[in-house]
Design a protein around this ligand. Structure first.
Ligand SMILES: Nc1ncnc2c1ncn2[C@@H]1O[C@H](COP(=O)(O)OP(=O)(O)O)[C@@H](O)[C@H]1O
Ligand SMILES: [Mg+2]
Length: 330
Protein backbone atom coordinates (compact mmCIF):
# COMPACT_ATOMS: atom_id res chain seq x y z
CA UNK A 1 0.00 0.00 0.00
CA UNK A 2 1.32 3.43 -0.90
CA UNK A 3 1.87 5.74 2.04
CA UNK A 4 -0.01 8.99 1.65
CA UNK A 5 2.25 11.98 1.31
CA UNK A 6 2.55 14.07 4.44
CA UNK A 7 1.54 17.74 4.06
CA UNK A 8 4.34 20.25 3.59
CA UNK A 9 4.62 22.42 6.67
CA UNK A 10 5.97 25.96 6.56
CA UNK A 11 7.16 26.81 10.06
CA UNK A 12 6.83 30.57 10.39
CA UNK A 13 9.17 31.94 13.03
CA UNK A 14 11.41 34.85 13.95
CA UNK A 15 9.45 37.86 12.81
CA UNK A 16 9.59 41.45 13.99
CA UNK A 17 8.29 41.43 17.54
CA UNK A 18 10.03 41.99 20.85
CA UNK A 19 9.72 38.21 21.28
CA UNK A 20 11.73 37.36 18.16
CA UNK A 21 14.39 35.36 20.00
CA UNK A 22 11.80 33.23 21.78
CA UNK A 23 10.04 32.60 18.51
CA UNK A 24 13.27 31.42 16.86
CA UNK A 25 13.61 28.82 19.60
CA UNK A 26 9.98 27.70 19.39
CA UNK A 27 10.14 27.47 15.59
CA UNK A 28 13.35 25.47 15.58
CA UNK A 29 11.93 22.99 18.10
CA UNK A 30 8.68 22.58 16.15
CA UNK A 31 10.51 22.19 12.82
CA UNK A 32 12.80 19.51 14.25
CA UNK A 33 9.88 17.66 15.82
CA UNK A 34 7.78 17.63 12.66
CA UNK A 35 10.78 16.63 10.54
CA UNK A 36 11.37 13.71 12.91
CA UNK A 37 7.84 12.49 12.08
CA UNK A 38 8.55 12.66 8.36
CA UNK A 39 6.79 15.92 7.50
CA UNK A 40 8.52 17.92 4.77
CA UNK A 41 9.34 21.10 6.69
CA UNK A 42 10.48 24.52 5.54
CA UNK A 43 11.69 27.04 8.12
CA UNK A 44 10.54 30.53 7.18
CA UNK A 45 11.80 33.59 9.04
CA UNK A 46 9.02 36.09 8.53
CA UNK A 47 11.52 38.92 8.87
CA UNK A 48 13.23 37.79 5.67
CA UNK A 49 10.47 36.14 3.63
CA UNK A 50 8.38 38.54 1.53
CA UNK A 51 4.73 38.10 2.48
CA UNK A 52 3.83 37.40 -1.15
CA UNK A 53 5.84 34.15 -0.97
CA UNK A 54 3.64 32.59 1.74
CA UNK A 55 1.54 30.68 -0.76
CA UNK A 56 -0.28 27.36 -1.20
CA UNK A 57 2.37 26.44 -3.77
CA UNK A 58 5.00 26.66 -1.06
CA UNK A 59 3.20 24.90 1.82
CA UNK A 60 0.07 22.90 2.59
CA UNK A 61 -0.15 24.31 6.09
CA UNK A 62 1.61 27.03 8.08
CA UNK A 63 2.74 26.32 11.62
CA UNK A 64 2.81 29.75 13.22
CA UNK A 65 5.59 29.74 15.80
CA UNK A 66 5.62 33.51 16.08
CA UNK A 67 4.92 35.41 19.27
CA UNK A 68 3.68 38.98 19.75
CA UNK A 69 3.22 41.60 17.05
CA UNK A 70 2.38 40.30 13.55
CA UNK A 71 2.47 36.74 14.82
CA UNK A 72 0.04 36.37 17.61
CA UNK A 73 -2.12 39.43 16.93
CA UNK A 74 -4.09 38.38 13.84
CA UNK A 75 -1.73 40.06 11.34
CA UNK A 76 -0.09 36.98 9.84
CA UNK A 77 -3.35 35.07 10.23
CA UNK A 78 -5.06 37.62 7.92
CA UNK A 79 -2.32 37.21 5.32
CA UNK A 80 -2.65 33.41 5.39
CA UNK A 81 -6.44 33.66 5.06
CA UNK A 82 -6.01 35.76 1.93
CA UNK A 83 -3.43 33.30 0.58
CA UNK A 84 -5.74 30.37 1.34
CA UNK A 85 -3.08 28.66 3.45
CA UNK A 86 -4.43 26.76 6.49
CA UNK A 87 -2.60 27.76 9.67
CA UNK A 88 -2.23 26.55 13.22
CA UNK A 89 -3.95 28.01 16.24
CA UNK A 90 -6.60 30.66 16.53
CA UNK A 91 -8.15 32.69 13.73
CA UNK A 92 -7.82 36.40 13.01
CA UNK A 93 -10.41 37.75 15.43
CA UNK A 94 -9.56 35.57 18.41
CA UNK A 95 -5.86 36.31 17.92
CA UNK A 96 -6.50 40.04 17.84
CA UNK A 97 -8.72 39.92 20.93
CA UNK A 98 -6.29 37.79 22.92
CA UNK A 99 -3.33 40.03 22.11
CA UNK A 100 -5.20 43.07 23.39
CA UNK A 101 -5.42 42.85 27.18
CA UNK A 102 -8.24 45.43 27.34
CA UNK A 103 -10.40 43.66 24.75
CA UNK A 104 -9.62 40.38 26.49
CA UNK A 105 -10.87 41.68 29.81
CA UNK A 106 -14.13 42.87 28.26
CA UNK A 107 -14.67 39.38 26.83
CA UNK A 108 -13.84 37.81 30.20
CA UNK A 109 -16.33 40.02 32.00
CA UNK A 110 -19.09 39.17 29.56
CA UNK A 111 -18.34 35.46 30.02
CA UNK A 112 -18.17 35.69 33.82
CA UNK A 113 -14.42 34.90 33.92
CA UNK A 114 -12.89 36.61 36.95
CA UNK A 115 -10.15 39.09 36.07
CA UNK A 116 -8.37 41.79 38.10
CA UNK A 117 -9.79 45.32 38.31
CA UNK A 118 -7.98 47.57 35.82
CA UNK A 119 -7.81 50.91 34.06
CA UNK A 120 -6.63 51.73 30.57
CA UNK A 121 -4.00 54.43 30.01
CA UNK A 122 -3.22 56.27 26.79
CA UNK A 123 0.25 57.53 25.88
CA UNK A 124 -1.08 60.94 24.86
CA UNK A 125 -2.52 61.69 28.30
CA UNK A 126 -0.64 64.11 30.57
CA UNK A 127 1.08 62.51 33.54
CA UNK A 128 -1.48 63.81 36.10
CA UNK A 129 -4.33 62.20 34.19
CA UNK A 130 -2.54 58.83 34.19
CA UNK A 131 -1.84 59.03 37.92
CA UNK A 132 -5.43 60.09 38.65
CA UNK A 133 -6.81 57.20 36.56
CA UNK A 134 -4.78 54.66 38.53
CA UNK A 135 -5.59 56.10 41.98
CA UNK A 136 -8.90 54.22 42.52
CA UNK A 137 -7.08 50.89 42.20
CA UNK A 138 -4.86 51.64 45.22
CA UNK A 139 -1.35 50.14 45.41
CA UNK A 140 0.33 47.87 44.51
CA UNK A 141 -0.65 47.74 40.85
CA UNK A 142 0.87 45.97 37.87
CA UNK A 143 1.45 48.20 34.84
CA UNK A 144 1.84 46.59 31.42
CA UNK A 145 1.56 47.36 27.71
CA UNK A 146 -1.95 46.67 26.40
CA UNK A 147 -0.59 44.36 23.70
CA UNK A 148 2.67 42.54 24.36
CA UNK A 149 3.79 39.21 25.71
CA UNK A 150 6.61 37.49 27.62
CA UNK A 151 6.31 40.11 30.41
CA UNK A 152 7.86 42.76 28.13
CA UNK A 153 7.32 46.19 29.73
CA UNK A 154 5.56 44.76 32.82
CA UNK A 155 6.30 46.27 36.26
CA UNK A 156 4.89 46.28 39.73
CA UNK A 157 4.32 49.65 41.40
CA UNK A 158 4.36 49.68 45.18
CA UNK A 159 4.82 53.41 45.81
CA UNK A 160 3.35 56.34 43.91
CA UNK A 161 6.82 57.65 43.03
CA UNK A 162 7.36 54.53 40.87
CA UNK A 163 4.26 55.13 38.76
CA UNK A 164 5.66 57.50 36.09
CA UNK A 165 8.61 55.19 35.36
CA UNK A 166 6.41 52.09 35.15
CA UNK A 167 3.89 53.77 32.86
CA UNK A 168 6.67 55.09 30.62
CA UNK A 169 8.22 51.59 30.40
CA UNK A 170 4.92 50.03 29.39
CA UNK A 171 4.26 52.77 26.84
CA UNK A 172 7.62 52.16 25.16
CA UNK A 173 5.99 49.09 23.64
CA UNK A 174 2.48 50.28 22.88
CA UNK A 175 0.34 53.40 22.66
CA UNK A 176 -1.89 52.04 25.39
CA UNK A 177 -1.08 50.50 28.74
CA UNK A 178 -3.13 48.98 31.50
CA UNK A 179 -2.77 49.23 35.25
CA UNK A 180 -4.19 46.30 37.12
CA UNK A 181 -4.80 45.46 40.74
CA UNK A 182 -1.88 43.28 41.94
CA UNK A 183 -3.06 39.73 42.64
CA UNK A 184 -0.48 38.47 45.07
CA UNK A 185 -1.03 34.72 45.48
CA UNK A 186 0.24 31.67 43.59
CA UNK A 187 0.77 31.72 39.82
CA UNK A 188 -0.75 28.99 37.66
CA UNK A 189 -1.03 28.35 33.96
CA UNK A 190 -3.30 25.97 32.07
CA UNK A 191 -2.84 24.71 28.52
CA UNK A 192 -5.92 24.10 26.39
CA UNK A 193 -5.72 21.52 23.62
CA UNK A 194 -8.77 20.89 21.46
CA UNK A 195 -11.69 20.96 23.82
CA UNK A 196 -9.92 19.98 27.01
CA UNK A 197 -7.86 21.69 29.66
CA UNK A 198 -4.47 20.09 30.29
CA UNK A 199 -3.07 19.63 33.82
CA UNK A 200 -2.40 22.81 35.78
CA UNK A 201 1.20 23.97 36.12
CA UNK A 202 2.28 26.14 39.05
CA UNK A 203 5.20 28.50 38.51
CA UNK A 204 7.62 28.87 41.37
CA UNK A 205 10.12 31.69 41.13
CA UNK A 206 11.83 34.33 43.27
CA UNK A 207 10.22 37.78 43.36
CA UNK A 208 6.72 39.09 42.90
CA UNK A 209 6.30 38.84 39.11
CA UNK A 210 7.07 36.23 36.47
CA UNK A 211 9.43 38.51 34.55
CA UNK A 212 11.03 38.16 31.10
CA UNK A 213 14.35 37.37 32.77
CA UNK A 214 12.89 34.58 34.89
CA UNK A 215 10.93 33.18 31.95
CA UNK A 216 14.03 32.77 29.81
CA UNK A 217 16.79 32.05 32.32
CA UNK A 218 17.47 28.36 32.73
CA UNK A 219 16.28 27.03 36.12
CA UNK A 220 15.02 30.47 37.28
CA UNK A 221 11.49 29.10 37.53
CA UNK A 222 10.28 25.68 38.50
CA UNK A 223 7.24 24.10 36.84
CA UNK A 224 5.12 22.02 39.21
CA UNK A 225 2.66 19.91 37.26
CA UNK A 226 -0.58 19.14 39.12
CA UNK A 227 0.28 21.20 42.22
CA UNK A 228 -1.51 20.62 45.52
CA UNK A 229 -4.52 22.95 45.60
CA UNK A 230 -7.47 23.32 47.99
CA UNK A 231 -10.38 20.97 47.27
CA UNK A 232 -12.26 21.78 44.08
CA UNK A 233 -9.89 24.54 42.99
CA UNK A 234 -8.11 22.55 40.27
CA UNK A 235 -11.43 21.74 38.57
CA UNK A 236 -12.52 25.37 38.85
CA UNK A 237 -9.25 26.67 37.38
CA UNK A 238 -9.40 24.19 34.48
CA UNK A 239 -13.02 25.10 33.82
CA UNK A 240 -12.11 28.81 33.84
CA UNK A 241 -9.27 28.14 31.40
CA UNK A 242 -11.73 26.62 28.94
CA UNK A 243 -14.19 29.44 29.50
CA UNK A 244 -11.48 32.07 28.97
CA UNK A 245 -10.29 30.31 25.76
CA UNK A 246 -13.84 30.11 24.45
CA UNK A 247 -14.79 33.65 25.48
CA UNK A 248 -12.26 34.91 22.90
CA UNK A 249 -13.25 32.35 20.28
CA UNK A 250 -9.86 30.63 20.39
CA UNK A 251 -9.19 27.51 18.36
CA UNK A 252 -6.97 24.40 18.70
CA UNK A 253 -4.70 25.39 21.56
CA UNK A 254 -3.79 28.16 23.93
CA UNK A 255 -2.35 28.69 27.39
CA UNK A 256 -4.27 30.59 30.02
CA UNK A 257 -2.35 32.47 32.76
CA UNK A 258 -3.77 32.79 36.28
CA UNK A 259 -2.95 34.23 39.64
CA UNK A 260 -4.66 33.36 42.88
CA UNK A 261 -5.29 35.99 45.52
CA UNK A 262 -4.45 35.54 49.19
CA UNK A 263 -7.74 33.61 49.68
CA UNK A 264 -7.03 31.34 46.69
CA UNK A 265 -9.62 32.99 44.45
CA UNK A 266 -8.47 32.55 40.84
CA UNK A 267 -8.12 35.48 38.43
CA UNK A 268 -7.32 35.04 34.75
CA UNK A 269 -4.52 37.33 33.54
CA UNK A 270 -4.58 36.52 29.84
CA UNK A 271 -4.84 33.90 27.11
CA UNK A 272 -1.72 33.17 25.04
CA UNK A 273 -2.87 32.04 21.60
CA UNK A 274 0.65 30.99 20.57
CA UNK A 275 2.28 29.65 23.70
CA UNK A 276 6.00 28.93 23.85
CA UNK A 277 6.76 25.73 21.95
CA UNK A 278 10.24 24.66 22.97
CA UNK A 279 10.41 21.16 24.40
CA UNK A 280 10.59 22.57 27.93
CA UNK A 281 7.88 25.21 27.50
CA UNK A 282 4.74 25.13 29.62
CA UNK A 283 2.16 23.83 27.13
CA UNK A 284 4.45 20.99 25.98
CA UNK A 285 5.16 20.15 29.63
CA UNK A 286 1.45 19.93 30.40
CA UNK A 287 0.83 17.81 27.28
CA UNK A 288 3.68 15.48 28.25
CA UNK A 289 1.99 14.96 31.62
CA UNK A 290 -1.00 13.38 29.86
CA UNK A 291 1.16 11.23 27.61
CA UNK A 292 1.47 13.51 24.58
CA UNK A 293 5.15 13.84 23.67
CA UNK A 294 6.35 17.06 22.04
CA UNK A 295 6.42 15.77 18.44
CA UNK A 296 2.93 14.33 18.84
CA UNK A 297 1.69 17.66 20.19
CA UNK A 298 3.08 19.40 17.10
CA UNK A 299 1.42 16.80 14.86
CA UNK A 300 -1.97 17.22 16.53
CA UNK A 301 -1.75 21.00 16.16
CA UNK A 302 -0.94 20.62 12.44
CA UNK A 303 -3.84 18.20 11.92
CA UNK A 304 -6.22 20.61 13.67
CA UNK A 305 -5.07 23.37 11.32
CA UNK A 306 -5.69 21.22 8.25
CA UNK A 307 -9.21 20.37 9.45
CA UNK A 308 -9.96 24.02 10.28
CA UNK A 309 -8.52 25.09 6.91
CA UNK A 310 -10.77 22.65 5.08
CA UNK A 311 -13.73 24.04 6.96
CA UNK A 312 -12.65 27.64 6.28
CA UNK A 313 -14.27 30.01 3.81
CA UNK A 314 -11.57 29.43 1.20
CA UNK A 315 -12.60 25.81 0.72
CA UNK A 316 -16.26 25.34 1.56
CA UNK A 317 -17.30 21.76 2.32
CA UNK A 318 -20.77 20.38 2.71
CA UNK A 319 -20.06 18.41 5.86
CA UNK A 320 -18.05 19.57 8.86
CA UNK A 321 -14.81 17.65 9.31
CA UNK A 322 -14.62 15.29 12.27
CA UNK A 323 -12.65 16.62 15.24
CA UNK A 324 -9.01 15.59 15.45
CA UNK A 325 -8.70 12.92 18.13
CA UNK A 326 -6.29 13.98 20.85
CA UNK A 327 -4.50 10.95 22.23
CA UNK A 328 -4.65 11.21 25.98
CA UNK A 329 -3.51 8.79 28.61
CA UNK A 330 -5.92 8.87 31.52
N1 LIG B 1 -2.60 41.74 38.00
C1 LIG B 1 -1.50 41.04 38.25
N2 LIG B 1 -1.23 40.66 39.52
C2 LIG B 1 -0.10 39.96 39.81
N3 LIG B 1 0.82 39.63 38.90
C3 LIG B 1 0.60 40.00 37.62
C4 LIG B 1 -0.56 40.72 37.22
N4 LIG B 1 -0.49 40.95 35.91
C5 LIG B 1 0.66 40.40 35.49
N5 LIG B 1 1.32 39.83 36.51
C6 LIG B 1 2.64 39.15 36.45
O1 LIG B 1 3.30 39.54 35.27
C7 LIG B 1 3.47 38.42 34.38
C8 LIG B 1 3.17 38.82 32.94
O2 LIG B 1 1.85 39.30 32.84
P1 LIG B 1 0.80 38.78 31.77
O3 LIG B 1 -0.46 39.52 32.00
O4 LIG B 1 0.73 37.31 31.78
O5 LIG B 1 1.43 39.35 30.41
P2 LIG B 1 2.43 38.76 29.32
O6 LIG B 1 2.80 37.36 29.73
O7 LIG B 1 1.60 38.80 28.07
O8 LIG B 1 3.56 39.71 29.27
C9 LIG B 1 2.52 37.36 34.91
O9 LIG B 1 3.00 36.09 34.59
C10 LIG B 1 2.50 37.64 36.42
O10 LIG B 1 3.61 37.11 37.10
MG1 LIG C 1 1.54 35.84 30.46
Amino acid sequence: MRETRKPRVGVLYGGISAEREVSLRSGEAVANALASLGYPVERIDVLEAPISTLTQERMDVAFIALHGTFGEDGGIQSVLEVMGVPYTGSGVTASRLAMDKVATKHCFRRAGVPTAAFVELEAAWPQERKVAAIAPLGLPVVVKPAAQGSSVGVSIVEAEAQLPGAVARALEFDERAIAEEFIGGRELTVGVLGDRALPIIELLYKGRLFTWKIKYTKNAARHVVNPELPAGLAERVQDLALRAHRSLGCRACSRVDFRLDADNNPFVLEVNTIPGMTETSLLPDAAAAVGIPFAELCRVIVEMALRAGRRGAARPRKRAAAPVPVPVRA
